[in-house]
Design a protein around this ligand. Structure first.
Ligand code: NDP
Length: 480
């Protein structure tokens, strides 16, 4: 059985306890390697390495940090295909998606923040006749980065890169469910001679290794992406230690489709925004709200397209829908389909586990599912399912669309489809979300603030927002 290892102080190591966790391949449902079940003692070892490396890393010129980070980006690029295959095997996502989105974006994250290191500036305030204030922004020290399984390397690097660019050293934990590309990243760090102890990657269970990062008294900030309940627990644990927290949490995103939109473009994109990555993107739209006059047409066209989507082997280049990430997650998704039925929902297509032939027969596959006839207050429309399941509902007026769109405890993202410019602005402003896409979905400019409101999170990632999070401002006031 293959094993992966922690990467601490520039070297690979086993967990001190010598305990290991099985890692499953979602496509087959079989264990294919073991990963360290790291504990508090491993986190402390990683912390000590990061603490020792902090002074030299934080005092490097930003241009030197730029070069180190670009080396990492190039190191991943050189092994692009291997990374894509590993991401697909570990997560169940189609290899074509890993190749087109996950791994290129991880490379961009390192490149973008390598440049940001050299561009980041701080503020100054001239006080008329009296003097000047300027803001020093220094790195925090050792910071913790914890990421989920849905976009493994993409989200892992989205946290690590700004933390490093701002001059911090890092203890990072990927999801125990999808550790493989973080392990390959460790190999890249070793191969490019990344300075020892600056980035330490520790594998293990969330409540064990993850919580030990949050509780470590020396770790100054936690950047976390994951579920809302885990986020709450991190606030309870780490918040009382006055750590800085950036929390990117769950979503229950609405799509608002008005009759005057570009229909074909909307239809194509709505299929993507519903089922990309098997619906396991925090930004997927799972509540589709359609204006009355086009509801029946949309329903017929959407269901027709979704019914033709084939669930298949993620390793094949032609597959568009792969496996969901784990057996418990598949069971959770299927249980929500049963909840939807018990709430009076009508399943228009999908609704079952998909069973594939041969060695894939134990894999975790769920048919893309469309449900109607549910009000927005029911559990299906209030709770995050995070799988290939969407509901469709109708609205008569923009006010009703907004009321329905805003009627959940979440507030991450929304898509609006209309060609009425004034309405687009009004609706975008009135939506209770951190991100609004108009006539598109998932179009990202890495300079923009990224994050949610309400139960979808605290703080923003992206651009200089992340650099600000990973630095402590100090005001210096000079009297003339
Ligand atoms: P979890 O909250 O279960 O886990 C996220 C990470 O936190 C994992 O590394 C996990 O480790 C770790 N973890 C679990 N428990 C603790 C704990 N007590 N203390 C510290 N760390 C812990 O989320 P999922 O991995 O299931 O990811 C799916 C969720 O992520 C969805 O809710 C989705 O909406 C959200 N998400 C949000 C995004 C955003 O930008 N807002 C983007 C992507 C996803 P382990 O897996 O090893 O248990």
């Amino acid at each position: 059985m293959d094993r992966i290892q922690n990467f601490i102080n520039g070297a690979f190591s086993d967990p001190i306890s010598n305990q290991w966790i099985d890692n499953y391949q979602p496509a087959t449902g079989k264990v294919y390697c073991e990963i360290p079940a790291s504990k508090a003692e491993d986190i402390d070892r990683a912390y000590q390495a990061a603490e020792s490396a902090f002074e030299s890393w934080s005092n490097l010129k930003s241009s030197e940090r730029f070069h180190h980070m670009m080396n990492v980006a190039n190191g991943i690029r050189e092994r692009m295909e291997e990374f894509a295959q590993a991401e697909s095997k570990d997560n169940g996502k189609p290899v074509s998606l890993a190749r087109a989105v996950d791994i290129p974006r991880a490379i961009s994250n390192f490149e973008f923040y390598a440049s940001a290191a050299t561009q980041f500036a701080s503020e100054s305030h001239y006080t008329e006749g009296l003097g000047i204030n300027y803001t020093l922004r220094r790195p925090l020290g050792v910071v913790g980065c914890i990421s989920p399984w849905n976009l493994p390397l993409y989200l892992f690097s989205w946290k690590i890169a700004p933390a490093l660019a701002a001059g911090n050293t890092v203890v990072a934990k990927p999801s125990e469910i999808t550790p493989m590309t973080a392990f390959l990243l460790s190999e890249v760090l070793r191969d490019v001679g990344f300075p020892k102890g600056v980035l330490n990657i520790v594998h293990g269970l969330g409540p064990d290794a993850g919580e030990s990062i949050c509780m470590h008294p020396g770790i100054k900030a936690i950047s976390f992406t994951g579920g809302t309940n885990t986020g709450k627990r991190i606030i309870e644990k780490a918040g009382t230690q006055f750590k800085k927290l950036s929390l990117e949490l769950g979503g229950k995103n609405p799509n608002l489709i008005f009759a005057d939109c570009d229909y074909d473009e909307m239809l194509k994109t709505t299929v993507q925004s519903s089922f990309a990555n098997q619906g396991q993107i925090c930004l997927c739209g799972s509540r589709i709200l359609v204006e009355d006059s086009i509801y029946e047409k949309f329903k017929a066209d959407f269901v027709s397209k979704v019914s033709k989507m084939e669930v298949g082997n993620p390793a094949l280049d032609t597959t568009k829908m792969g496996a969901v990430v784990s057996k418990p997650h598949m069971e959770k998704i299927l249980s929500y389909i049963e909840i939807a039925k018990s709430e009076g929902g009508e399943v228009l297509c999908g609704g079952r586990r998909a069973v594939l032939p041969g060695e894939l027969s134990e894999g975790y596959y769920v048919e893309p599912t469309v449900i109607e006839n549910l009000d927005q207050e029911c559990r299906t429309n209030q709770e995050e399912i995070f799988g290939p399941v969407v509901t469709i509902d109708r609205f008569a007026t923009p006010a009703e669309a907004l009321q329905k769109a805003n009627a959940t405890p979440y507030g991450l993202a929304a898509s609006v489809w209309t060609n009425d410019l004034k309405r687009a602005h009004r609706v975008a402003e009135a939506l209770h979300t951190g991100i609004v896409w108009v006539n598109c979905w998932l179009q990202r400019d890495l300079r923009t603030p990224f994050g949610g409101v309400k139960n979808s999170g605290v703080g923003r990632e992206g651009g200089f927002e992340a650099m600000q999070f990973f630095t402590e401002p100090k005001n210096v006031c000079i009297k003339y």
